[in-house]
Design a protein around this ligand. Structure first.
Ligand code: A2P
Length: 298
C-alpha cells in the first residue's frame, strides 16, 4: 500500500493528513465505523464533546487492538465549557469519556466572539494541558482571521490547527490564507461537501459537489470516484481533511487516495467552484445564548 500523506504541525508533531470524522455519526454506529476505519488504515480520528460519541470513539480504538502510540485522537471543547472555572472540567470529561490519559489534538470548537474573554480563558486552559502533557498539540475550529488575531494577542501559543468548513463550494480562502501566514494547519470539516447534504434547505442552489461536471470528469480521467477527487484536492493543497461516513465501502473508498495526484490546473479548476457561501453556521454569530445546548459532563 502507498504510504499515507502526513503533515507536520507548528510544534513539530507529525500527523496523518487524512483523518476519519464522526460528526453526526450516532453513538450506536460509532464503534463499528471507527474500527472499520482503523482496519482500513486511518490513524487520525476526529470527534468532539458536542458530538456525543467520544465514549464510542475510545471504545472503537480499544477494540482495534492498536497501540495507543499508533493513533492520533482529536477532540474539541464545546462553548458551554469555556468559562475559566469550567474549561478544565470539560477537558477532563473528554478524556474520561474517551477513556484516555492524554489526547493528541484538542481544539476549541468555536470562537464565542461576543464573549471572547471566555474563549481566551478556555484556550489558556489548553495551554496548561499542553504543558502538563495531557495533549500533544492544541488548536481551534471555526476561527476567522480576526478571531485568530484576537486570540494570539492574548495568549502564548499559536494554535497548531484551525479546523474549518472547506469543500469545493466553500474554499474559505481568506481563512486558509490567514492560517498559512500564521503557520497554522487548515483542517477541513465537511471536506466532500456533506454539509450541503445534511442541511440542504439552508443553502439554496448549492447542490451536491460530487455531481459537478468538473469533479465527475476528473473522476473519469483518473479512474477514481468524485469523493476521492475532492479528497485528493485537499491533500494536494496541503490541507488535512476529515471525511465522515458510516458505510464500510465509503470509509474504504475515502482512504484510497494515496496513489495519484492532481495537476496544478486541475486544483485551480476545483478552487474555481467556490460559491463564497458557507453551508454551516456563521461562527461570528455563535455564543451560549444563540446556541444554549450544553455538554453534560456528569
Ligand atoms: P454516509 O455516512 O451515509 O456515507 P462530509 O465528510 O463532507 O461531511 O460528508 C459526509 C456525508 O457524505 C455523509 O452524508 C456521508 O454519508 C456522505 N459520504 C461519505 N463518503 C462518501 C462518498 N465516498 N461518496 C458519497 N457520499 C459520501
Amino acid at each position: 500500500m502507498t504510504a499515507q500523506t502526513t503533515v507536520t504541525l507548528n510544534n513539530g508533531l507529525e500527523i496523518p493528513a487524512l483523518g476519519f470524522g464522526v460528526f453526526q455519526t450516532p453513538p450506536e454506529e460509532t464503534i463499528s465505523s471507527v474500527t472499520t476505519a482503523l482496519e482500513d488504515g486511518y490513524r487520525l480520528i476526529d470527534t468532539a464533546a458536542s458530538y456525543g460519541n467520544e465514549r464510542e470513539v475510545g471504545e472503537g480504538f480499544r477494540q482495534s487492538g492498536l497501540d495507543r502510540s499508533e493513533i492520533v485522537v482529536e477532540s474539541k471543547l464545546w462553548i458551554s465549557d469555556y468559562q475559566a472555572d469550567k474549561a478544565e472540567v470539560g477537558f477532563e470529561a473528554s478524556l474520561r469519556r474517551l477513556g484516555l490519559d492524554y489526547v493528541d489534538l484538542y481544539l476549541l470548537h468555536q470562537p464565542t466572539p461576543v464573549d471572547f474573554d471566555d474563549t481566551i480563558a478556555a484556550y489558556q486552559m489548553l495551554e496548561q494541558k499542553l504543558a502538563e502533557g495531557k495533549v500533544r498539540a492544541i488548536g481551534v475550529s471555526n476561527f476567522s482571521p480576526d478571531h485568530l488575531t484576537r486570540l494570539i494577542e492574548k495568549t502564548s501559543i499559536v494554535p497548531a490547527i484551525n479546523q474549518v468548513e472547506v469543500h469545493p463550494y466553500f474554499t474559505n480562502a481568506t481563512v486558509q490564507h490567514a492560517d498559512a501566514t500564521l503557520g497554522i494547519l487548515t483542517q477541513a470539516w465537511s471536506p466532500i461537501g456533506g454539509i450541503h447534504r445534511y442541511r440542504p434547505s439552508d443553502v439554496p442552489g448549492s447542490g451536491n459537489v460530487l455531481e459537478h461536471q468538473v469533479i465527475t470528469e476528473l473522476a473519469a480521467k483518473y479512474g477514481k470516484t468524485p469523493a476521492q477527487i475532492v479528497l485528493r484536492w485537499h491533500l494536494d493543497e496541503g490541507r488535512s481533511a476529515l471525511p465522515k461516513s458510516t458505510k464500510a465501502a465509503r470509509i474504504a473508498e475515502n482512504f484510497a487516495v494515496f496513489d495519484f495526484s492532481l495537476a496544478p490546473a486541475e486544483l485551480a479548476a476545483i478552487d474555481a467552484l467556490d460559491t463564497g457561501l458557507r453551508g454551516g453556521p456563521d461562527p461570528e454569530l455563535l455564543n451560549t445564548r444563540s446556541f444554549p445546548k450544553a455538554v453534560d459532563n456528569s
